[in-house]
Structures are given as structure tokens and as C-alpha cells.
Design a protein around this ligand. Structure first.
Ligand code: PBG
Length: 325
């Protein structure tokens, strides 16, 4: 036997030498949930260890994460039903707590990278990402609202905007509006291939943002499709996206790889709420070693081709990494 691959696995030192994929705290964006008010920290039931913070405590959380080396944050606001309406007007109210929080984060941590979500769902009384008329989710009519939202977020200091509604023409429209208003340096991370997935439920619990009627299948992608992701990626590229995102991550590693192999833009993957919840739930039952399952999942996302990973595990990963140094 001339070829014995096991020789390269015989000791930890050698295994480390031949390791093809390495995770770093620099790979991560940590999603954070924001609440109105002061001194609030409420755990998300279906996401043990993940909280909704009011701005004051969110700033503390960000400071802790920055000290662990996590420097990018995707902030999602949880609005009470009373602030929601059919046209998501609260999303571009300059005094709304979400925009104020973005300003504070950038004021106290100018070196932090803040990402925001450009979609109607947290502010919509219909719980959909776009305007709803007679049960239909409107495409073009929603653009003006998204444009106002994007400008408001850029003005508050967001570094990266994440158009996440999976409808047509968003990236190009938002890029044009940003440029017209002088926000040429604000980046766009497009939710390029976002699937109509069962894995978003804990997120919708966290924000109380589930659709009131129907589902998101006329805008989010069918889990059966891969080639369609290439169409979306091509459009996002042409429309000026800076990053292409795949979401969820673990059931779509092939899509991450497909975009990686066919595009030169950096690929991001969103390791979503349900993927977090699955590991936490089985670890709590003693059915899996949660730490190892987390590391293996994150590694697989990077190995598939994602250079940016949005994950609720980011802080835990960074903490482990720091302990092992
Ligand atoms: C909404 C949005 C969703 C997520 C991020 N942005 C939910 C949805 O599309 O219903 C899900 C993230 C997660 O599950 O962690 N625009």
C-alpha cells in the first residue's frame, strides 16, 4: 500500500497542518434582536441563549462581542403590533427606536460593522415582506417603501443593507436610491437565494413577524430549485450587490457551493434561527454534543464556500476560540 491517507491524520499536529478549512471570528456577522424601551433583556423561547435587548443592553452586548473579536452585527427590530400598519410607515420614521439604536451603535462603536434588514415584515400588520392587496404580495408597488427604509437606515449609519424580501428588482432600485442620496459607500448584501423554509420559525417568534395569512412561497424560493439561484445571483450581480447570500445554510450547502463556483463576489450564508434551535434542543436533551455539532456545522458552511457566516452561534464560537488560546 503506497498510499496511506491515514498518515496525515496520525497526530493532532499533522491534522492541524493539513486542515483545509479554518474558522475565524472574522468570518462572522452576529444577528441581534432589538426591543424598544430600557433595561430589557428577554430570551427568545425557541432560541436558548439568544435575547431581545433594549438599546442600552444591546450596546453592552455589542461591547462584549467586540472584546471577543466579533465586529459585525445584523440588527433586527421587534415592533409591537400597535406600531405596525399595512405600509410599514414606522420603518422610516426618523424617531423610531430601530434607527436611533443604529445611530447609538455607530456612535459608541464606530469601528463596528452594522448590517440592517430592508424588508417590510417587522413593521407590516400583514406580516408579509411586501404590500398586500387582495391576498397578493405586490412587487413594484413595494419599492418606494423599501427605498425610504434604505435611506433612513443609511442615514442612521448602517454599513451594509440586506434587502431580504426576495422580490424582483430590489437590489438595483436600492442601489440607485442610495447613490442618488449620496450613500455611495453603503454596501448591499443581497439575500440572493432565500428559500421558503421551515427553518425561520424561531426568528418569527423573536420578532412576532409571522405572516397573518398565507405563506411566502410567491417570493421566497422553492427548496427544490438550484438553477434558479443562478438567475437570482446573476441579477444581483448586475444590479450592484456587493455580497451574495444563501439562506438557510445547512440544507443549502450545495447552493453555497454553486454560487461560489459561478461567481466572483463574496458569498455569505445565513445559519438561520431554526438551525440554531435544532442544535440547542438536542444538546439540551443530551442527544448531541452541542459544541461539537455547532463547530461542525459552521465549518461545513465555510467549506462549502461561504466567506461570511451570519450565525446566532457567533458569540459562543468566539468565546470558545478565546478559551482555547
Ligand atoms: C425577513 C427575514 C427573515 C429572516 C431574516 N430576515 C424571516 C422570514 O423571511 O420570514 C430569518 C432569519 C432566521 O430565521 O434566523 N425579511
Amino acid at each position: 500500500m503506497l498510499r496511506r491517507p491515514r498518515r496525515n491524520r496520525k497526530s493532532e499536529v499533522i491534522r492541524n497542518m493539513v486542515e483545509e478549512t479554518r474558522l475565524s471570528v472574522k468570518d462572522f456577522i452576529l444577528p441581534l434582536f432589538l426591543l424598544d424601551g430600557k433595561n430589557q433583556q428577554i430570551e427568545v423561547n425557541s432560541m436558548p441563549g439568544i435575547y431581545r435587548f433594549s438599546t442600552d443592553l444591546l450596546l453592552k452586548e455589542i461591547e462584549t462581542c467586540m472584546n471577543l473579536g466579533i465586529r459585525a452585527f445584523d440588527i433586527f427590530p421587534a415592533y409591537p403590533e400597535s406600531k405596525k400598519d399595512k405600509t410599514a410607515t414606522e420603518s422610516f420614521n426618523p424617531d423610531t427606536f430601530y434607527l436611533k439604536a443604529i445611530e447609538s451603535v455607530k456612535k459608541y462603536f464606530p469601528e463596528a460593522c452594522v448590517m440592517t434588514d430592508v424588508a417590510m415584515d417587522p413593521y407590516s400588520s400583514d406580516g408579509h415582506d411586501g404590500l398586500v392587496l387582495d391576498g397578493k404580495i405586490l412587487n413594484d408597488e413595494t419599492l418606494e417603501i423599501l427605498g425610504k427604509m434604505a435611506i433612513a437606515q443609511a442615514q442612521a449609519g448602517a454599513d451594509i443593507l440586506g434587502p431580504s424580501d426576495m422580490m424582483d428588482g430590489r437590489v438595483g432600485y436600492i442601489r440607485t436610491v442610495l447613490d442618488e442620496h449620496g450613500y455611495k459607500d453603503v454596501s448591499i448584501m443581497s439575500y440572493t437565494a432565500k428559500y421558503a423554509s421551515a427553518f425561520y420559525n424561531p426568528f418569527r417568534d423573536a420578532l412576532d413577524s409571522a405572516p397573518k395569512a398565507g405563506d411566502k412561497k410567491t417570493y421566497q424560493m422553492d427548496p427544490a430549485n438550484a438553477k434558479e439561484a443562478l438567475i437570482e445571483a446573476e441579477l444581483d450581480y448586475q444590479e450592484g450587490a456587493d455580497f451574495l447570500m444563501v439562506k438557510p445554510a445547512l440544507a443549502y450547502l450545495d447552493i453555497i457551493k454553486l454560487l461560489k463556483d459561478n461567481h466572483t463576489l463574496p458569498i455569505a450564508a445565513y445559519n438561520v434561527s431554526g438551525e440554531y434551535a435544532m442544535i440547542k434542543a438536542s444538546a439540551a436533551n443530551g442527544w448531541l454534543d452541542g459544541e461539537r455539532a455547532m463547530l461542525e456545522s459552521l465549518l461545513s458552511i465555510k467549506r462549502a464556500g461561504a466567506s461570511v457566516i451570519l450565525s446566532y452561534f457567533a458569540k459562543e464560537f468566539a468565546y470558545l476560540q478565546q478559551q482555547s488560546q
